[in-house]
Design a protein around this ligand. Structure first.
Ligand code: CA
Length: 350
């Protein structure tokens, strides 16, 4: 329920000026304090010589940037990836992409969860998993990905960072079944458009991950965990080209090779539908989700700002005093340094 709806409901049901003033006050006095671990708690684990436990919730198999983000997570020594879960439609297909990438990278110690929607219709990386049998994944596969998220968060000794880089229908279900997870995890997402839109545009956009399921993100924002996002303001301008891209394109690690194979498969599928794409031998597409992966262990290169946001029914994240406080990566301190860092993460081994 949005605060606007809640306020309207309270006013209408209580009736009278005094009652509605009281209702207004109670809404504004409602605790917005974070119930769970903060970014400081997560980063303190590193100072204590520990890794940050991560759950990755992803619509991998759609846009290619999720595959980049997965490889970045696997190659980040600050992180301990405990679970990866497919989200938003075709959960079985997406789980195959996850499982095959983990297998290629020698990381079958990481379990794969299937999201709420068990569909298996292939999207733009379908050719890469055409012959892949999820039943033969050497690691664990959880049919109920939402339950796997709950159990992983509950069983972790240290606070979990939940990194979500797609529309998030799994998460309202997680919060409905287990509201306590908001006290043991913090949320990091690639969501929204606050002051800038796609491609650095001055016009804000109904960003895809929000527009595809606004109610799901609204539930995530309402939960009392700490929320951190990279909106289009920062993630929408990340690309690799030139010598950095050439390093990745020529890299012989199994992970980087698989990433480039996927990129070619994805580009061909897009072009078959008439979309004009960058040449995968020359440069990357926009690498939105890699910024959420980075926020899992560092904010050094970004300007962070806490902004109250509401999620509209048509997929906008609008600044509103009645909204939920969300820590937003609003600008780059040093985008060039991030692109160098991202390149290093992709070409390294494990
Ligand atoms: Ca995504």
């Amino acid at each position: 329920m949005s605060s606007f709806t809640r306020r309207t409901f309270l006013s209408a049901s209580a009736g009278g000026l005094a009652a509605s003033a009281l209702a207004m006050r109670s809404v504004h006095a409602a605790p917005s304090a974070v119930a769970g671990p903060t970014v400081e708690d997560a980063f303190a684990l590193r100072k204590a010589g520990k890794k940050i436990p991560v759950v990755f919730d992803t619509d991998i198999g759609g846009d290619i940037d999720d595959t980049w983000a997965l490889l970045m997570l696997l190659n980040s020594p600050e992180l301990d990836v405990k679970l990866v879960v497919s989200d938003y439609k075709n959960g079985t297909y997406r789980a195959k992409v996850l499982a095959k990438m983990l297998e290629v990278c020698g990381r079958t110690d990481i379990p794969v969860g299937i999201g709420l929607d068990k569909g298996d219709r292939g999207e733009d990386q379908a050719d890469w998993v055409a012959d892949y049998d999820l039943g033969k994944y050497p690691g664990r596969v959880y049919e109920d990905g939402a339950d796997a998220i709950i159990q992983t968060i509950r069983q972790s000794k240290d606070p979990v960072t939940l990194i979500a880089v797609g529309p998030v229908p799994n998460l309202p279900e997680v919060l409905r079944r287990a509201p306590d997870v908001a006290e043991k995890a913090r949320f990091v997402g690639m969501h929204g458009s606050v002051r800038k839109g796609y491609g650095g545009s001055e016009e804000i956009s109904a960003e895809w991950n929000v527009r595809a399921d606004p109610a799901a993100l609204r539930a995530v924002f309402k939960a009392r965990w700490e929320k951190t996002v990279t909106p289009l303001d920062t993630c929408g301008i990340v690309h690799l080209a030139g010598p950095r891209y050439a390093r990745i394109h020529g890299c012989q690690t199994p992970g980087a090779k698989a990433l480039m194979e996927n990129y070619r498969v994805w580009t061909e599928a897009q072009e078959k539908r008439g979309n004009k794409m960058p040449d995968p031998a020359q440069r990357s597409s926009t690498l939105f989700d890699t910024v959420a992966a980075y926020l899992g262990y560092s904010e050094d290169l970004l300007e962070m700002e806490t902004i109250k946001l509401v999620v509209t029914d048509n997929g906008f994240t609008r600044i509103d005093d009645g909204g939920s406080p969300v820590r937003c990566a609003m600008a780059w301190k040093d985008l060039d340094a991030f692109e160098e860092h991202l390149t290093e993460r992709i070409v390294r081994s494990g």
